[in-house]
Design a protein around this ligand. Structure first.
Ligand code: ADP
Ligand code: MG
Ligand code: ZN
Length: 478
């Protein structure tokens, strides 16, 4: 029997964070009162003329160059004709045969890093939004004419996991470029997935379906998994896949046929007569290129070399530009990258996830964070107390020193006060004590744990263990 493999190509639509629309001066704003951000140009009224937004071009160039694309010699816009209530002009200004950029690539991280080739990157305008009520449908043209960048891969992604990693890597890159808020919930980042199955290692592509309506990267992964199963089952029975567009139904966890797929000829593309083709000069391209920030994969490499981090740790950090910045700023002041990293990966990430807010919104001062770490490093504070201090720091915006004083959290490291707890625990746990003396040396950790508990986490576990060992060894030899 033939073994099949999945072939996936992704189309990402990215809303560019320009102040105004692609071809007019209307503001781009999320959640405004419906139909207030419109003008004759974006409503397509007769006689109105589009004027290209220079900022949109420069944002698009940034993305294209960061994706290692070749910029087109000539940039041309085309009309893609179709008739739909959210499209007042009855055509969308897009790019057809001469896209802004093509032939790029993106290195995806994950268990196996792989270079995915980018087929094209082009600019187009967004359509409006239809809102379906129970007995009628409403249309909001605020989004009409908002700049979108479409980023299309070659069909060479081979699993849902790889598709997921591609999207994560792409989103990370886009965040570094600061050209979009990349917020899927607001619709600033949307993804259509094309998928077909082929006999493994064959050079012939199978018939694809195009999946739409996924609202998160996880949904893309689930929709692809469903579709891989559906298509494989069809092919194994000797059936054929129908070329069509399918909608992901999040609740039911299935894809549903929406319409047979249109061909390019259905759109009757032709050059946009109101915008003259133009070329972008070398100088502009070089300027944008040299203004690009350090990109995630370069950064990961540098972090590994400079701070001796593992690949996984470097990838963990680079996924959030603000997090790397925070890490590096900390390392400048306190040269203990491993310790700082563990604090970021552990307690700080925990707090970030708990609050479901990005780091920058926590208003955590580097000095306070480092002061906390140092208090643990010099045995003034136990790890356990330090975690609760961090929580309070983020709630009350106080320095760790203030909090420790208020809550009386200093770690107990001095031998005589520890001894009191230790004697108590040994008296209460005769059996464990015997076990230790009979060679079960592991049981000491239980005793340390009891001391920690009785001291409400304030004892220094390292020193407790040392004293316990000394004491018990003395008894053994006696
Ligand atoms: P369409 O004209 O239907 O939009 P394109 O050829 O422009 O199709 O490709 C759109 C996307 O579909 C691209 O990401 C491409 O890689 C992907 N794609 C094309 N053919 C296949 C296929 N047979 N299987 C999977 N993906 C495909
Ligand atoms: Mg398409
Ligand atoms: Zn307008």
């Amino acid at each position: 029997m033939n073994e099949f493999e999945a072939v996936i190509g992704l189309e990402v639509h990215l809303q560019l964070a320009t102040q105004t629309k692609l071809f007019c001066g209307c503001l781009v704003k999320f959640a405004s009162e419906p139909n207030r951000l419109t003008c004759p140009v974006c409503l397509g009224l007769p006689g109105s003329l589009p004027v290209i937004n220079e900022k949109a071009i420069s944002y698009a160039l940034k993305v294209a160059l960061a994706l290692n694309c070749t910029i087109g010699e000539i940039v041309k816009f085309d009309r893609k004709n179709y008739y739909y209530p959210d499209l007042p002009k009855n055509y969308q200004i897009s790019q057809y045969d001469l896209p802004l950029a093509s032939r790029g690539s993106l290195l995806i991280s994950g268990d196996n890093s792989k270079k995915i080739r980018i087929r094209r990157v082009h600019l187009e305008e967004d359509a409006g939004k239809l809102i379906h009520e129970e007995d009628c449908s409403l249309v909001d043209y605020n989004r009409t004419g908002v700049p979108l960048l479409e980023i299309v891969t070659e069909p060479e992604i081979n699993s849902s996991e790889e598709a997921y990693n591609y999207l994560l890597s792409l989103k990370t890159l886009l965040k570094y470029l600061e050209v979009s808020d990349c917020d899927m919930e607001k619709g600033s980042l949307r993804c259509d997935a094309n998928i077909s199955m082929r006999v493994k290692d064959s050079s012939v592509l199978g018939t694809k379906t195009e999946l739409k309506n996924m609202n998160s990267f996880k949904a893309v992964r689930c929709a692809l998994d469903f579709e891989i199963k559906r298509q494989s089952a069809l092919l194994e029975k000797g059936g054929a896949v129908v070329q069509e567009t399918r909608l992901w139904d999040e609740e039911k966890g299935i894809t549903i046929s929406m319409r047979s797929k249109e061909e390019a000829s259905d759109y009757r593309y032709f050059p946009e007569p109101d915008l003259v083709p133009f070329s972008i000069d070398r100088q502009t391209i070089e300027t944008v290129k040299s203004s690009l920030p350090e990109l995630p994969q370069e950064k990961a490499l540098r972090l590994r070399q400079r701070y001796k981090l593992s690949e996984a740790d470097a990838q963990f950090l680079v996924i959030e530009p603000k997090l790397v910045q925070f890490f590096e700023d900390c390392c400048k002041v306190y040269q203990k990258p491993k310790i700082i990293l563990n604090w970021i990966k552990g307690p700080l990430s925990y707090e970030i996830n708990q609050r479901n807010k990005p780091l920058e919104e926590l208003k955590l001062k580097i000095d306070d964070f480092l002061a906390l770490i140092k208090l643990v490093d010099n045995n003034t504070l136990s790890n356990l107390s330090a975690k609760s201090v961090l929580t309070i720091m983020l709630e009350e915006f106080k320095s760790p020193k203030e909090i420790i004083k208020e809550k009386n959290l200093d770690q107990v490291s001095n031998e005589s006060s520890l001894l009191k707890f230790i004697e108590e625990v040994l008296a209460e746990n005769q059996a464990t004590r015997e076990a230790y003396l009979n060679g079960k040396t592991n049981s000491i950790m239980f005793l340390v744990g009891q001391v920690m508990k009785n001291s409400k986490g304030k004892a220094n576990p390292k020193i407790v263990k040392e004293i316990l060992e000394k004491k018990l060894k003395g008894e053994k030899n006696a």
